[in-house]
Design a protein around this ligand. Structure first.
Ligand SMILES: Nc1ncnc2c1ncn2[C@@H]1O[C@H](COP(=O)(O)OP(=O)(O)OP(=O)(O)O)[C@@H](O)[C@H]1O
Ligand SMILES: CC(C)(CO)[C@@H](O)C(=O)[O-]
Ligand code: BAL
Length: 284
């Protein structure tokens, strides 16, 4: 397993590897959610590259860039066990050298949800992912459905800019009690951790109602909200959204006929920690 620190060396190495080349972009602090992506990438690819980069430009002022969990040595052990070929772990000044001044500005897919709660977040995500795509030139890149709006932003960007990378989306990996694995779960106190599965229970309540035939987005949202509001540890619900899973446009009816996929998404704060999760209606 090679660890690469510069964009130039990574680009040069990737030009010469066996294909297909699979890329798994991460911010490190790896858990089984990440490893589900690397397992799939390993199975699909002759060469597997994983990036570890806590991207400063996708964090807003006052967000948790400085405290974001970092566990580089442990991450390297896990990636070696997974049979990773290349680990790209550049310092920030490699990715954003002095004079860096070109940005990707995704469009309406960022309206609402994380795009609204974290202004500028997806400009940072899209820019760094475009850079990773252009350095690595992977055949496929793997992302988790847990970050549902991020997947939509990256798919739109890859298509609109003809980036030549197949974007593969992998299902959300959960704890036994339903909590979606996330590096930020490390912030939860014991009590918050106990309360956190309420987010998945709220999504399941909306899904159950929908399975019973209810399509009205307002009623699905209300069902999820009722579950969330019954949890006293939950301090703030940023949003409960019902949107088209590809365009992220809000829908009035969760009508999945004709293959349309509808996403119900929640962001909520359990004290300081802010968690997101979503569920897709109409998948299988
Ligand atoms: N539970 C999960 N199941 C599947 N994929 C996941 C899961 N958690 C994260 N991923 C995916 O792993 C990739 C890297 O994510 P990232 O490093 O930000 O981890 P994270 O756990 O999502 O951290 P955060 O605390 O920022 O949400 C992303 O594509 C993300 O969607
Ligand atoms: C895609 C990503 C690696 C870009 O920094 C990040 O947003 C993440 O880990 O989900
Ligand atoms: N996994 C999403 C990255 C972020 O929250 O910044």
């Amino acid at each position: 397993m090679k660890i690469i620190r510069t964009c130039a060396e990574m680009a040069a190495l990737c030009r010469d590897v066996q294909r297909p080349l699979g890329l798994v972009p991460t911010m490190g602090a790896l858990h089984d959610g990440h490893l589900s992506l690397t397992r799939r990438a390993r199975a699909d690819s002759a060469t597997m590259a994983v990036s570890i980069f806590v991207n400063p430009t996708q964090f807003g002022a006052g967000e948790d860039f400085n405290s974001y969990p970092r566990s580089f040595e442990r991450d390297l052990d896990l990636l070696a066990e997974q049979g990773t070929d290349l680990v790209f772990a550049p310092p920030p000044e490699e990715v954003y050298p002095d004079g860096f001044d070109t940005w990707i500005e995704p469009g309406s897919v960022t309206e609402g949800q994380e795009g609204e709660a974290r202004p500028g977040h997806f400009k940072g995500v899209a820019t760094v992912v475009a850079k990773l795509f252009s350095i690595v030139r992977a055949d496929r890149a793997y992302f988790g459905q847990k970050d549902g709006q991020q997947v939509a932003v990256i798919r739109r960007m890859a298509q609109d800019l003809n980036l030549g990378v197949e974007v593969v989306t992998m299902p959300t990996i959960r704890e036994a009690d339903g909590l979606a694995l996330s590096s930020r779960n490390a912030y939860l106190t014991t009590d918050q951790r106990q309360a956190a599965p309420v987010i998945y229970r709220a999504l399941c309540a909306a899904q159950e109602l929908w399975r019973g035939g209810e399509q009205d987005a307002g009623r699905l949202r209300a069902a999820a909200m009722a579950v969330l509001q019954a949890e006293p540890m939950l301090e703030l619900v940023d949003y409960v959204s019902v949107v088209d899973a590809d365009s992220m446009a809000p829908v009035e009816r969760a009508d999945t006929s004709g293959g349309r996929r509808v996403m119900v998404a929640v962001a909520a704060k359990l004290g300081q920690p802010r968690l997101i999760d979503n569920i897709i209606l109409g998948d299988g």
